[in-house]
Structures are given as C-alpha cells and as structure tokens.
Design a protein around this ligand. Structure first.
Ligand code: G4P
Length: 290
C-alpha cells in the first residue's frame, strides 16, 4: 500500500512552519480521536521546536468515549494540554481560549509582572488532512474575523485571526502529512476516510476493519448485523481470512447474495465502510494508548 504525498507540499509546509514558529506562543495540534496515533504527524516535535502544545482530540462524537478518556489522560501525562471537541457541532470548542491560557499560564503571569498583561497570544494550528482543522477554526473564530479586520483603523495584519481579546490564530492551518510508511496507519486513515479508498481494494479494507471490530467491539457487530453469535476466530487465521468470514456472515444476514448462494462480500465491504464512517454501527476508537 502506498499513500501518495507530494514532496513539494511537504517542503512548503516545513518552510511555512519554520518561518512562523518564532511568531507563535503555542502550537495546537488537531488529531482524530478515533485514530490518535495514525492521525499524528511523525515530525511534529521537530517541526514545532519545543513550543507548548495543545492537543485537540477532535471527532469525539465518533470515537469510543471510554477510549477518549484514556487518550486525554495519556496526552496529559506527556505534558500536553488536551481539549476534547466535536468541531461539527461545536461541542468543546468554546474551551479553546481557556485551554491555551492555562497552557501558557506561567508565561502570561510573567508578562503581567512586567506590565505587559495585554500582550496578544498567538497560536499555530497544525494537523493532517480531514481531522477537522477548518471546521474547528471556523467554530472558534466565528464571524469575528471579517468584522474585526474590516474596521477602519485596525492595523492588525491579515495573517492573524482574532479569537478573543488577546488571542489570535495564524489564519491558515499547517497541513501536515501522516506517517505513511506504516501499513496499519494506512488502514486506519482509509477506514476513517482520510485517504481515498482506491489505495487498497475495498474488500481487503473491509476484511481488516471487520477483524478489528469483531475482536474489540463484537457487540457492535452483533447488533449492527443482527448476528446472534459471531464466527469464532480460528487459530492461525490471519486478519483478512477472519474478516472475510465476518463479511460473509454479515452479508448473508443482509441478503447480499450472488449466483450459487455465495455472499457478495465486496458489496458488504462497501456497506461496512459506509456504515462505519456514517456512525451507524456506533462509536469506535481504532487505537488504544500503550
Ligand atoms: P480538515 O480541514 O482538517 O481537512 O477537515 P475539515 O474541517 O474540512 O473536516 C472534514 C470533514 O469532517 C467535514 O465533513 C467536517 O464537517 C467533518 N468534521 C470535522 N470535525 C468533525 C467532528 O468533530 N465530528 C464530526 N462528526 N465531523 C467532523 P464534510 O462531510 O466534508 O463536510 P460537511 O458535509 O460536514 O460540510
């Protein structure tokens, strides 16, 4: 499997971050709460040069709530501030300013002591495609952007989007690349729709996803596909072979049959991925903290 990423794009992003990092006080890294490992960029530590970091676990509405709690605790122990959000509905986004101020509490206190209490705090937003960066930025910036900038006499540079008094964002997020050399990362990005299906045949993708769900969330498969019992995984059976049997069982229940009574497993795989992405099967997290 090979996920295409353009070297030119990577160079451009690296350059943008290198140019701007000195102008920001903190970095906000948005990740997908369903795949907190696969949706992180491998080079972000190096790129952000030790700036204080807020990790936004976005798409919590689609993730397993218990797993999200564990992930939030995990990132906190690593020294990051954490915000859980569903940028689509706006849940959690109102806490952004407070989270940044808490992250920078010491620095802000030091400014206050030096009589610079009104100094503007600036934040850079980073993330791989499809984690919800634009949606998140739109929610936290609202319409204030245009209004403030349109006011005559306001000399604020167009590059910075005001969030509230004293807090600004770099106007465009840094679009990072995923860790695409890893096969499981590729699968996770494909399940969640972050990369196009055509990187892998849909049936194989469906087999892998079935195996994960059958192993970690068997009840969801049972209720989603009205299976009283799931087929047992046989010893030595690999993910694709077991997933295929699960696809067959689900497809048979749905009546997806082809000539000779065989199950149309390709059709079932498409349905599985659609239902997974659409949240019809439930809320899932595909990676757990170590
Ligand atoms: P990006 O900038 O990081 O690439 O992501 P973007 O904000 O464009 O979001 C990609 C898709 O994910 C959008 O859906 C957006 O609505 C959705 N999305 C973003 N955050 C969340 C979230 O927390 N929960 C859920 N459930 N969805 C989220 P779309 O189908 O492309 O657009 P639309 O139909 O929603 O307008």
């Amino acid at each position: 499997m090979n996920i295409q990423w353009y070297p030119g794009h990577m160079t451009k992003t690296r350059r943008m971050i290198a140019d701007q990092i000195k102008n920001v006080d903190a970095v906000c890294e948005i990740i997908d709460a369903r795949i907190p490992v696969s949706s992180r960029n491998p080079d972000v530590d190096e790129l952000t040069a030790g700036k204080p970091r807020l990790v936004v676990l976005n798409r919590v509405d689609q993730a397993d709530p218990e797993a999200t709690k564990k992930w939030a605790a995990y990132f906190r122990t690593k020294g990051y501030a954490v915000l859980e959000s569903d940028a689509k509905s706006g849940m959690g986004t109102a806490k952004f300013s407070a989270a940044i101020r808490e992250l920078l509490a010491e620095k802000l206190r030091a400014y206050a002591e030096k009589g610079m209490a009104g100094r503007v705090v600036r934040v850079m937003i980073l993330g791989i495609p499809n984690v919800g960066k634009s949606t998140f930025i739109n929610k936290i910036a609202g319409r204030k952007t245009a209004k403030t900038e349109d006011r005559p006499g306001v000399t604020r540079s167009k590059q910075w989007v005001p969030i509230d008094r004293g807090l600004e964002l770099l106007d465009t997020p840094g679009i990072l690349w995923p860790k695409f050399e890893d096969q499981s990362v590729g699968l996770n990005l494909a399940y969640t729709g972050a990369v196009k299906d055509d990187i892998l045949d849909i049936e194989t993708l469906g087999c892998h996803l079935m195996t994960y769900l059958g192993t970690v969330y068997p009840e969801a498969l049972q209720s989603g596909y009205k299976l009283t019992v799931l087929p047992e995984r046989e010893q030595q059976e690999n993910d694709v072979a077991y997933g295929y049997r699960l696809l067959e069982a689900a497809g048979r229940k749905r009546g997806f049959l082809i000539s000779g009574g065989d199950v149309d497993t390709e059709r079932m795989a498409k349905i599985l991925l659609d239902e997974f992405r659409g949240g019809k099967l439930g809320r899932f997290t595909l990676e757990m903290p170590e």
